[in-house]
Design a protein around this ligand. Structure first.
Ligand SMILES: O=P(O)(O)OC[C@H]1O[C@H](OP(=O)(O)OP(=O)(O)O)[C@H](O)[C@@H]1O
Ligand SMILES: O=c1cc[nH]c(=O)[nH]1
Ligand SMILES: [Mg+2]
Length: 208
């Protein structure tokens, strides 16, 4: 599995602001979107290009365009919705495939509850977004589902990843690429990432 921890100053600065204990819902939501947009910039840097001829102001010219597969963004409900607009800011034509999974607070096991994928998803690059990769269970379950539906080209974007989650994801899905703003230290005894962000879903939706 290719893990890219993006150390760009804008990303690191914004992530630092998100870690403030008293960050407001509004600010957290804005920053989640901004960091997602910056991760998208990095995650699309290997998209294949082709030269095409167009009519320029002074006659025919050759320009570079992105070639080949189209994109579907896959937000994992709920918290993944907080990153979705950051991705579509740069890829406005992307179709959206929604996966609903929550993590059981006692067992930490993923519980799937919703799925609405675009048709012909196998023809698209899937860009899966979720702010937190903790045990990795929710992401592994999502990627299991996407592969069952035929996806072969998957990029994962998370704001913060725990080493434990990265290890589990590597074992389950070694073929994917993961982009993150930070590989944090560890999980605590309740499965929360340290130093982490706290409960990202609650912070984005204001449910606490
Ligand atoms: O790697 P894991 O151990 O599976 O944990 C990470 C998951 O937990 C959070 O979702 P949560 O279950 O809190 O749902 P929510 O987005 O609705 O708040 C987070 O957004 C991830 O989906
Ligand atoms: O640290 C964590 C772990 C799981 N889910 C979150 O929102 N935060
Ligand atoms: Mg949550």
């Amino acid at each position: 599995m290719k893990v890219i921890e993006v150390k760009h100053p804008l990303i690191q600065h914004k992530l630092g602001l998100m870690r403030e204990a008293d960050v407001s819902t509004k600010r957290f939501r804005e920053l989640a979107k901004e960091v997602a947009a910056l991760l998208t910039y990095e995650a699309t840097s290997d998209f294949e290009m082709e030269t095409v001829e167009i009519n320029g102001w002074n006659g025919p010219i050759q320009v570079e365009q992105i070639k080949g597969k189209k994109v579907t963004v896959v937000p994992i409900l709920r918290a993944g919705l907080g990153m979705m607009d950051g991705v579509t800011e740069h890829i406005p034509s992307a179709k959206i495939s929604v996966v609903g999974i929550y993590r059981d607070e006692e067992t930490l096991e993923p519980v799937p509850y919703f799925e609405k994928l675009v048709s012909n998803i196998e023809e698209r690059i899937a860009m899966v977004v979720d702010p937190m990769l903790a045990t990795g269970g929710s992401m592994i379950s999502t990627l299991d589902l996407l592969k069952e539906r035929g996806c072969t080209h998957i990029k994962v974007l998370v704001l913060v990843a725990a080493p434990e989650g990265l290890k589990a994801l590597e074992e389950a899905h070694p073929d994917i690429e993961l982009y993150t703003a930070s590989v944090d230290e560890r999980l605590n005894e309740h499965g929360y990432i340290l130093p982490g962000l706290g409960d990202a879903g609650d912070k984005i939706f204001g449910t606490k």
